[in-house]
Design a binder for this molecule. Structure first.
Ligand SMILES: Nc1ncnc2c1ncn2[C@@H]1O[C@H](COP(=O)(O)OP(=O)(O)OP(=O)(O)O)[C@@H](O)[C@H]1O
Ligand SMILES: [Mg+2]
Length: 181
């Protein structure tokens, strides 16, 4: 079973490939609602309705000339296997929203994995993209916005090791603060 942070990395990678300059990542981790949610919203090139249908179910469509990718179908399968739902909304020229939910207590719900490491990897690899990361639990939420950080840093590159360390600490502290007791 693949960790959710690795699915997240795949989905965000798609957004980067789609030319997004802003990516909003949302994580819900709620014990009281027995719910884990992951959403990725980008302002990349988007997809047509027909194309969305094809990428969501590559196994059920007739063979096309295109190489069939697995990032989206595997994420969908993971959600549906763990009592959740999967949705994509996309518009050509506007962007894409990918959403997956999971029944938190489901035996087939993959662990969240290393969200902090995933975020750091993304910021390091794509320092020019604005990433807005929101993490919500029953105890509250925190938001990391790389555009805000870039402003505070006043010229220091966001992918400098010291800055990445600081961002990592910020995520770690907030996740710990918001963890279920
Ligand atoms: N956020 C997005 N914006 C625009 N197009 C997208 C987006 N996400 C996916 N796509 C399109 O859907 C296709 C399928 O995505 P998917 O992640 O399933 O496979 P892949 O990226 O092609 O290959 P893999 O993820 O297996 O390396 C992509 O090749 C791309 O054309
Ligand atoms: Mg992909």
């Amino acid at each position: 079973m693949k960790e959710l942070s690795l699915h997240l990395l795949d989905i965000v990678q798609n957004s980067i490939t789609a030319g997004a300059t802003r990516i909003e990542i949302g994580i819900t981790n709620s014990v009281s609602q027995d719910l884990v949610e992951i959403s990725v919203k980008d302002n990349g090139c988007g997809m047509s309705e027909e194309f969305v249908r094809r990428v969501t179910d590559p196994f059920t469509t007739t063979r096309t000339t295109r190489k069939v990718g697995l990032g989206i179908p595997l994420f969908k399968l993971a959600a549906e296997t763990a009592g959740g739902e999967f949705k994509i909304a996309s518009e050509v020229g506007k962007g894409t929203l990918v959403y997956a939910s999971f029944q938190r207590s489901n035996i087939d719900r993959p662990p969240l994995g290393d969200l902090k490491g995933t975020l750091i990897t993304l910021i390091q690899g794509a320092p020019k993209i604005n990433i807005v990361y929101t993490y919500v639990t029953d105890r509250g939420q925190f938001i990391l916005d790389t555009e805000e950080i870039r402003e505070i840093m006043d010229g220091v590159a966001i992918n400098e090791p010291e800055v990445l360390n600081w961002i990592g600490e910020f995520i770690r502290e907030n996740e710990a603060e918001l963890a279920a007791k």
